[in-house]
Design a protein around this ligand. Structure first.
Ligand code: GLP
Length: 261
């Protein structure tokens, strides 16, 4: 795992955008895995800015897959993760909507939704780079504490912590769905590169548990320790409980330019 303590959320956005652009330049038909939530917004904003000013790569051949989706919202609801990612990133990068895959929460088809999403990911050749945030309870995507570390896409029930965290996007806590479809931790682990972004002290304990605690389903993000290429970009708040923070900083400062993220 490469842990990179940075000075600000803006710095996270710049480095994350650099990594995504470098991949798309190297492989124009790259498959990007996209997280929603507040954490990746600095990265997405940076990508869109660069695309608009003409310094970014072309995304015409890129394919995207979202991580997870609420169950129970009507299609097109602005808080569905599909609509969110179209509005926050892919439309602005000029990526055609039919090149953005997302789990299908249509009522009556949920029993096969996980399998169908796994097949779509496999047919695309798998995800090259997966953007991830971390929940304050240590979840990845919507894999809540207790999720199998080898799980695949399936329906899950949200914890109260997550529903409260996400209530800010809805009118009230009661409006936050209780169920979701989410890529599993095993699904996420198949991506070539996991690019994790976290900001603020509310994430500090989850980040410390994920990076320096034991690998355990109690902290789903600790599964990152098993991945061959996971990068964590952290602002000072998110890094504040890391015992080896100074060492991570020293390693990053001494990193050769040719290595990239
Ligand atoms: C959400 C999403 C995750 C996200 C996490 C953190 O509920 N399912 O994909 O990474 O929780 O959200 P935020 O970045 O808004 O703190």
């Amino acid at each position: 795992m490469e842990v990179v303590p940075l000075e600000s959320t803006d710095a996270i956005g710049v480095l994350a955008a650099d990594a995504i652009e470098a991949l798309v330049r190297r492989r124009p038909d790259a498959v990007l895995g996209l997280a929603t939530g507040s954490s990746p917004l600095s990265a997405y904003g940076e990508l869109v800015r660069r695309h608009r000013d003409g310094t970014g790569p072309s995304y015409d051949e890129v394919r995207c897959f979202t991580l997870d989706e609420y169950v129970g919202l009507p299609p097109g609801h602005p808080q569905t993760y599909r609509e969110t990612i179209l509005a926050e990133l892919t439309d602005d990068l000029g990526i055609a909507r039919d090149r953005v895959g997302s789990p299908d929460p249509t009522p009556g088809t949920l029993a096969t939704a996980g399998e169908r999403y796994e097949s779509a990911l496999a047919a695309a050749g798998g995800v090259d780079l997966q953007v991830l945030g971390i929940g304050s309870d240590g979840h990845l995507a919507f894999n809540e504490p207790g999720s199998s570390l080898t799980s695949l896409t399936r329906i899950k029930t949200l914890t109260d912590v997550t529903r409260r965290d996400n209530a800010r996007f809805f009118g009230s806590l009661e409006d936050v769905p209780r169920h979701v479809l989410t890529q599993g931790l095993g699904t996420i682990g198949r991506a070539g590169h996991l690019l994790v972004v976290a900001s603020g002290e509310a994430k500090a304990q989850a980040v410390a548990d994920a990076v320096e605690g034991p690998v355990t389903a109690t902290c789903p993000a600790s599964v990152l320790q098993l991945h061959r290429h996971a990068t964590l970009l952290l602002d000072p708040g998110a890094a504040s409980r890391l015992v080896r923070r100074d060492h991570y900083r020293e390693v990053f400062a001494g990193k050769p330019d040719w290595q990239g993220l």
